[in-house]
Design a protein around this ligand. Structure first.
Ligand code: CMP
Length: 139
């Protein structure tokens, strides 16, 4: 079993897509082991995306995630969860995303791309602990 961290981003929450996205997650065999709907502060988002600090899109990304509306934070569990969730999300840019992926079907553009997922075991551990305490994650 592996755990990964996911976000349903403001563009998807705003368009009432929480249920549709959770349905895809559960249908693929993931267990949702923690979940919260919340609005992130700019400080929280900047800390979360610190690896992108030097990227040209950092300011736009953090502004969008903090002021675009509420998000849903998720801890997901499954064998090979990190790669499996990335496959289900599709490529970062919806233009490059494969048919049947969440981003292909729902994302607006490369920034408002509906979902986030950890890209490595190290980042999954950091991201899960950034938003969830140990006792909030219940297998
Ligand atoms: P996410 O998987 O959450 O990781 C970083 C986010 O930055 C990405 O999804 C997009 O929402 C956003 N982003 C905006 N522009 C780019 C870009 N050119 N390359 C990668 N990510 C981008």
């Amino acid at each position: 079993m592996e755990r990964t961290f996911a976000i349903i981003k403001p563009d998807a929450v705003e368009r009432n897509l929480i249920g549709k996205i959770l349905e895809r997650i559960e249908s693929k065999g993931f267990r949702i082991v923690a979940m919260k709907r919340t609005k992130l502060t700019l400080e929280q988002v900047e800390g979360f995306y610190h690896v992108h600090k030097e990227r040209p899109f950092f300011k736009d990304l953090t502004t969008y995630m903090a002021t675009g509306g509420p998000v849903v934070l998720l801890a997901l569990e499954k064998g090979n969860a990190i790669a499996s969730w990335r496959e289900l999300m599709g490529a970062t840019n919806p233009k490059d995303a494969a048919a049947g992926t969440i981003r292909k079907d729902f994302a607006v553009d490369i920034e408002k791309n509906s979902v986030h997922g950890s890209d490595s075991p190290e980042n999954a551990a950091f991201e899960l602990s950034y938003f969830f305490s140990l006792t909030e994650i219940q297998p």
